[in-house]
Design a protein around this ligand. Sequence first.
Ligand code: XIL
Length: 312
Amino acid sequence: QTTLRGAADEAGIDIGIAVDANQLQNNATYRNLVATEFNSLTAENAMKWDATEPSDNSWNFSGADAIVDFAEDNDQTVHGHTFVWHSQTPQWVQNLSASAMQAAMVDHINTLANRYEGRVDSWDVVNEVVSDNNGAMRDSFWRNTLGDGYITTAFQTARAADPNADLYINDYSIEGDNAKSDRIYTIAQGLNSQNLIDGVGFQSHLILGQVPSTMEANLQRFIDLGLKVRITELDIRIQTPADANELQQQANDYERVVSICAELADCSGVTVWGLRDADSWVPGVFPGYGAPLLFDDNFGKKPAYNAVLEAL
Ligand code: XIL
């Protein structure tokens, strides 16, 4: 195979890409690479609450529609991101009373899940609900207003709205076996006993040379619950400027992560969090780091690209 897409199709898994709706519509080189190299799309921002419902019951589907239309035209699956998150959620939601917040959440999930029913294959129902503090639940406005029950309510709502979509819980720093992934495990187990969840998304915003040694075993324990696993937001950041050795190490790291997914029967796929290094969120959020993706600023294939092609 000569493309990631060809290799992933043959392996029967998704190779996904987080896309920006504007670039997809306005940049032909970007568009062509997204179409030829990937068989699955995720909206990097266009399906988030601040993009889709900036004020109460005032909807904007332009970016999300463009991405879903593109996927349909190009025979790609869509992994939806995300219904309920503490970030990129407008202030009007955060200021609501408990009963109004719960109603807004249910309405938001119903509207998106119904609009894209049959076109979005899977959803990150809740995102980043566990904190970085020894596996404690995150003190978000959701939890502070509604209590932990909002998580079950979100999954129940999504399940009823689109019974055929796969429903995921998604988080970062849960790739290895640790207190945070233990908490996700407990939550997933509880939801699964009510048949409300199908999979666990491991964001995998990794640092060069730090693929957790327990990653494969950790993913396996979720599969042993009867769930799918998915690498949902893969990037591997390097202290910039990156030299040739580091780009080779990055290739090895990508190969390891993609191999883990490719070898696990119930890993639904790997989504890379952006196309070119220049598109990445990393430099803006992790000062001094960058170059985390498969293509360089000029759409050139990096060593990591070839490593992923090998691993699929
Ligand atoms: C990031 C996007 O990449 C940025 O463009 C945006 O400004 C902020 O959000 N975890 C997630 C993603 O679940 O939605 C985040 O995406 C990265 C971290």
